[in-house]
Structure formats: C-alpha cells, structure tokens
Design a protein around this ligand. Structure first.
Ligand SMILES: Cc1cc2nc3c(=O)[nH]c(=O)nc-3n(C[C@H](O)[C@H](O)[C@H](O)COP(=O)(O)OP(=O)(O)OC[C@H]3O[C@@H](n4cnc5c(N)ncnc54)[C@H](O)[C@@H]3O)c2cc1C
Length: 446
C-alpha cells in the first residue's frame, strides 16, 4: 500500500476475524469502501494453518454461564452455534470447497485424572434448557465411534464441524477481492492514530496511510504488542503433525464418522481425520511467546512436533511405522478467561477482537458480525452479546513476568500430565504451580 487513501472502514489484519468483518461490512452496507491491510499474506497466519475444528462455544457453556448469567450465556451460545452453520452455508453459497463437514466433537477421558471431562459443560447445557447440545457418552459409546485403548468416557457436542483451514482462508480472500474489498498485503500497520475532533482514524504503514471513519484491529496474537491491549492476553503456541493417508487404520479403529476429538488435558491434544484419509494431530503444549513476539521456534518447533508425534502413537498405537508428512505450528492468542474479547478502544472508533484461545475458527465469524456492526455504529443482536465490551476476566502481568511465570507454570503442567500418564500423583510443588493461574483468576485448559 502506497500513498494516502481514504476508506469508510480500515481493517487491520487479514485472518478470519478481519476477512469476516470485511465480508459482513460489504453485506450490510452496499457501496461501502472497505480497505484491508495485512502485514503478510491474508490467511497465512493461524487462520490458514489451524486444526480446522470449527467450534461453537457450547463446550465452554459452564464458564460462559458462570461469567455472564443464564440469559446472556444462552444468547451467546446459540449465536456461536449459528456461526458454525453460517460458515458451512457461506462455503456452499460461494462455491468455496473448504471440506466443511458438521459431524460433531468428542471430548474424551484418557485416564482416571480426566474422568470428569465435559461433565460441567453437559450440566450447564442441561441447566440452560439444551441438554442435547453437550451429551454424556459412556466408554462403550466412545469406543463405538473411535476405538483407542487410551479412551474412557466422554461427551459429544453435535454442532462442531471440521474444515480445511487454508481452503477457507484463501477462498474467503478470493471472494472478498471479487466483491470489491481493497486488500493490501505486505503492508504492516506501524501506527494507528485517532484524529482529534473529527474522530477519524489513520492507519500508517511504512509507505502509506489510510484515513477512515472507523478501524478494526484483527491482528490475533500481535495484539499483545499493542500498549492498550497488552494486559488482556498472553501468546502461547500450538503444533500439528499430519500423517500420511491411513484409511486402513481409520477403518480398523472405526473412526469413519468424521468427528473431531480432544482429550481433557490442560495442554490439550486435538485430532481429526481429513478428507484424504489422514490424521491431523495437534498439541497445545508449545512454548510461550515473549511479549507476543514470535520466532522461528513457534512457526515450526521440531522438538514440540516430535513430542506431539509420540503422544499420537500412545493414543493410536496402530499408527506405529506410518509416516508423518507435515508438521507446523503457530501462535495462540490466549484470553485469561478463555473467552474471546470484542470491544472498542477508549474514546475512539477503533474496534478489536482477539483472545479466541485456540478456538477461533467458528467464533471469528461471529466476532466479524459484531465488529462490522460496531464499525457501522449500529446496535443489534451481535453488539448486544455479552462478550462485546466485557473485560478480559483478569489482568495479564507485564513482561518479563508473564513469560517467565507462564513458562514455569507450563513446565509444571507438563510434569503433572506426564505423572498422570504413569498413573501417579504429581508432587506438591508441581501441584501448587499448576494451581497458580486459577488463584490469580486465569483459566487454563479447555
Ligand atoms: C496450530 C494451530 C492450531 C489451531 N487449531 C484450531 C482449531 O482446530 N480450531 C479453532 O477454532 N482454532 C484453532 N486455532 C486458532 C485459530 O486459528 C485462531 O483462533 C484464528 O485463526 C484467529 O483468527 P484471527 O483472524 O483473529 O487471527 P490471525 O489468524 O492470527 O490473523 C491475524 C492477521 O493479522 C496480521 N497482522 C498482525 N499484525 C499486523 C499489523 N500490524 N498490520 C497488518 N497486519 C497485521 C497477520 O499477518 C495475520 O494475517 C489454532 C491455531 C494454531 C496456531
């Protein structure tokens, strides 16, 4: 982007949040001038490289109910469920084949320490009048769907889907361009300034600037490096390994229904099948990023990927000897409450959304709707959702405290989970460190 341009709305960041916002803006206001700036290429960040679990928020029903109360919680949960369906409808209507498949989600216990997984979500769903949104499954019912020696009981959430993340991100980018959004890549925004008086916002890159009536910040984990948002998130990392096509193994273990699965660990394992018969296996146990700044180790951390592969073999021993063809990682924008944050910077028309905590594929569609309404100065069912304008839930300490403290807690969580795998109890210090985040109001784990 070069020179001086004008727009009605400037969107900073071309992941799902920014691109859905641009899409909803074009939908709501024909003729609107939407300009989107990305520091790299749209969809090349987490939005194009995630595990493709397209989630509603029903698995977080317990935490959401506790935080917002029954009626607002129900409105949010229903809207999150509609967002998943809307993504599938969008793909169909816009002829983007993102391998969308709404076959539900299983959260399973992988040992006695995890035997209560999902019970809180199932109870909350029932209390909110929607018992089918999160269903309890016995160990036998779990094994009927997927036969792993590691699995015990679990819960099933039917409205989750899977998709191929890069196909969705690049398809959305293509359709936005065709619809008239002005998209500039390799155009990192270095400064955002609110003009006194008029209230216009100016986004500056190294070689140009855009003056707009409103701005939307959709920069994912990079929000951690922006002063007004810094204390509202931390940045962790997640890694995925992808097997060669293994249709024979899938047949053998009976995993042919397309469900996506996680275990109940804090440093979660998440896994799914793909349309070409592979297993994509992710692990949320990667390192933390210092101050939100990412480095090569987060993009591809060989050691973490090798660990994820070992975990995969423990869950599916039938994969022994089968090749891993791809491995990659990426940053995770973590909210202290684990619930996404949508809001407006004080005294400005600068709106933001981040903090999906590794579960943004579905919720970014919803956030995009709320951000589009905020940017158009409209109040509607999306801007009234309880996550809009809510606080972070707790305060994230500054660096180096956040990184150092977070890294110590991460290592303690690793030790605790390794002890659970050996059917042992972790030591006292490890237990105390694992309890630390909750003591200061920070939710860790699913
Ligand atoms: C390995 C991995 C697996 C995951 N698995 C899942 C999953 O299975 N299900 C799920 O729901 N979620 C998952 N997630 C999380 C999910 O990918 C994110 O929640 C979601 O993509 C967030 O989208 P976003 O648009 O907010 O941010 P991003 O995708 O991070 O996009 C932000 C964009 O902003 C741009 N940007 C940053 N700073 C600037 C700047 N100053 N100027 C201009 N542009 C800028 C970046 O280049 C980037 O394109 C996973 C994430 C990772 C890394």
């Amino acid at each position: 982007m070069e020179g001086a341009l004008d727009a009605d709305v400037v969107v900073v960041g071309g992941g799902y949040t920014g691109m859905w916002t641009a899409w909803h803006l074009l939908d709501s206001e024909p003729g609107i001038r939407v300009l989107l700036l990305d520091g790299g290429i749209c969809g090349h960040g987490p939005s194009g490289r995630n595990g493709g679990f397209c989630e509603s928020l029903w698995f977080s029903a317990g935490a959401i109910r506790e935080r917002f109360g029954d009626k607002p919680a129900r409105a949010l949960l229903d809207a999150s469920s509609q967002a998943v369906t809307a993504i599938g409808d969008w793909c169909r209507d816009n002829e983007v084949d993102a391998w969308f498949d709404q076959s539900g989600y299983l959260c399973v216990s992988t040992g006695p320490a995890y035997d209560d997984v999902g019970l809180g979500s199932a109870e909350a769903a029932a209390a909110l009048g929607s018992p089918d949104a999160v269903r309890d499954l016995s160990a036998a019912e779990v094994h009927e769907r997927v036969d792993s020696p590691a699995f015990g009981r679990g819960v099933f959430v039917p409205d989750f889907a899977t998709l191929q993340p890069a196909r969705l991100a690049l398809g959305l980018r293509r359709r936005l361009l065709e619809r008239g959004a002005e998209v500039f890549e390799h155009s990192r925004v270095r400064r955002l300034r609110v003009e006194p008086g008029a209230g216009a916002v100016v986004a500056e890159t190294d070689s140009g600037r855009v003056r707009a009536g409103a701005a939307v910040l959709a920069v994912g984990g990079a929000a951690r490096s922006l002063r007004p948002l810094r204390s509202r998130l931390t940045v962790a990392s997640s890694h995925i390994v992808l097997t060669e096509p293994v249709p024979d193994v899938l047949e053998e273990i009976g995993w042919t229904g397309g469900e996506c699965i996680t275990d109940g660990r804090t440093l979660v394992h998440y896994f799914r099948t793909t349309r070409d018969g592979r297993i994509a296996f992710g692990w949320g146990g990667g390192r933390l990023a210092y101050g939100g700044r990412l480095n090569g180790r987060i993009e591809v951390d060989g050691e973490t990927a090798a660990q994820a592969h070992r975990h995969l073999l423990r869950i599916f021993p039938a994969l022994d000897g089968r090749a891993i063809t791809h491995a990659w990682g990426g940053p995770i924008d973590v909210s202290p409450s684990h619930i996404p944050q949508i809001g407006t910077l004080p005294d400005s028309r600068v709106h933001f959304a981040f903090g999906y905590t590794g579960n943004g594929v579905g919720p970014t569609h919803l956030a995009g709707r709320a951000l589009a309404s905020l940017a158009l100065d409209r109040r509607d069912r999306y801007t009234r959702l309880p996550i809009v304008g809510s606080d972070a839930g707790s305060w994230v300490p500054p660096e180096p405290l956040a990184w150092a403290g977070g890294s110590v807690v991460r290592r303690a969580l690793l030790r605790r989970e390794e002890a659970f795998d050996r059917h042992e109890q972790p030591g006292l210090v490890t237990r105390a460190l694992c309890a630390l985040p909750a003591a200061i109001g920070i939710h860790v784990g699913r």
